[in-house]
Design a protein around this ligand. Structure first.
Ligand code: THU
Length: 145
């Protein structure tokens, strides 16, 4: 289990690898699995714009592609040209990706500016009444008229 300080440091380190020739807005994420392993991610932009991948999804897709399915927390940092001056919240698409793999009641989303300034949320606060894997289970669809 990493300390909060260490998780924030790993997100800041990941941010340095952001590829942002178009927006200049750099984001870093550090995603922690239930057994304490950390996957880092940065945003990766594209000349065609829409293929851009957010830092959070980079971290999730790296982890899931390595066989991870259980996560406890993600730390996110971001700022224009990599200058951390305010909290960067995850976009709606990334919240939905979190919803796919994480328990909204327990998954922690930590937004940080530096090792001493951070805020913690549960996924359910950031994505209330989300649509998730349970909605597509047979028992659920049976109830649908
Ligand atoms: N971005 C992220 O990586 N994560 C977020 O939560 C918000 C937005 C990136 C996408 C794009 O490269 C840049 O920030 C500006 O939108």
């Amino acid at each position: 289990m990493e300390s909060m300080e260490e998780l924030i440091r790993l997100a800041m380190e990941a941010m340095k690898r952001a590829y942002t020739p178009y927006s200049g807005f750099k984001v870093g994420a550090a995603l922690m699995t239930e057994d304490g392993k950390v996957y880092q991610g940065c945003n990766i932009e594209n000349a065609a714009y829409t293929p851009t991948n957010c830092a959070e999804r980079t971290a999730f897709f790296k982890a899931v592609s390595e066989g991870e399915r259980k996560f406890s927390a993600i730390c996110i940092v971001g700022g224009m040209n990599g200058v951390l001056s305010s909290y960067t919240a995850p976009c709606g698409v990334c919240r939905q990706v979190m919803r796919e793999f994480c328990d909204p009641e327990t998954f922690r989303v930590i937004l940080a500016i530096d090792e001493n300034h951070w805020r913690e949320y549960r996924l359910k606060e950031l994505l209330p009444m989300g649509f998730g894997p349970e909605n597509l289970r047979e028992s659920e669809t049976e109830r649908t008229p």
